[in-house]
Design a protein. Structure first.
Length: 239
């Protein structure tokens, strides 16, 4: 069952079109990955799905509801949550305060419930618990990515839009982040993963899309894309 459906979406910056007629779907309970070269329009597409950039044309449906013109806050309340490429943390605030901000739109549920959610995030990311009183700016790159993921989880997402979660991370930390992403999916969170590390993304995804110059040029089961000669030669470093 498709949780998210994107139909013939176009996105432009002024007169410059960045995304051309993209259609895709994300199944509930699965990881769907979007791969492609830098400048292909992947980040622009994710931003539009989250409501941060208006569509020029097309339709986005989330859980059967047309959200194409819905505000970002309304999409967030429905469970459509973006973890941006730059993570967008509040550097002067503590780890715990950054996490609590992720639940701001749920503050009505009460302190006890929010504390339970916070404990849940700390169980996933013990390192964040150790550093809960430190400011976000003191964290390493991997810890900042964990904080960005944890803050998103505090909003109780149904579909996480992850933009380049491995960007700038060492290989060991990248493996840890991808293991965390897989575990999140197994816990019931659906995920759309935009990632330059195509090999790692296809290894954990069920379905994938290849975007080049703002267009979907190839899609299929992730295991089949990984074996496709064009994908292997262009994105997996195989000839």
């Amino acid at each position: 069952m498709s949780l998210l459906q994107v139909r013939d979406v176009h996105v432009a910056y002024g007169k410059v079109e960045a995304v051309f007629g993209v259609s895709l779907a994300a199944e509930q309970g699965c990881i769907t990955t979007i791969i492609g070269p830098n400048g292909a329009g992947k980040t622009t597409l994710l931003s539009s799905l989250a409501g941060l950039h208006p569509l020029s044309a097309g339709r986005v449906s989330f859980d059967g509801t047309d959200v194409s013109t819905m505000a970002t806050e309304a999409r967030l309340e429905r469970g459509l949550v973006l973890v941006p490429e730059k993570r967008e943390l509040f550097p002067d605030m503590s780890v715990e305060d950054n996490l609590n901000l992720g639940a701001y739109h749920r503050r009505w549920i009460g302190r006890r419930a929010l504390r339970g959610d916070l404990d849940g995030v700390f169980s996933l990311f013990p390192r964040l618990k150790e550093r809960r009183k430190q400011s976000a700016e003191t964290l390493s790159g991997g810890e900042r990515q964990m904080l960005a993921l944890g803050r998103a989880l505090m909003s109780k997402p149904r579909l996480l839009l992850l933009d380049e979660p491995s960007l700038g991370l060492a290989p060991l930390i990248t493996r840890q982040i991808f293991e965390i992403i897989s575990n999140l999916c197994r816990s019931g969170v659906s995920i759309i993963l935009v990632e330059q590390n195509a090999r790692a993304a296809l290894a954990i995804a069920k379905y994938g899309y290849v975007i080049e110059q703002g267009r979907v040029v190839l899609d299929g089961l992730a295991i089949e894309l990984a074996a496709d000669p064009k994908v292997a030669g262009t994105y997996l470093g195989q000839n």
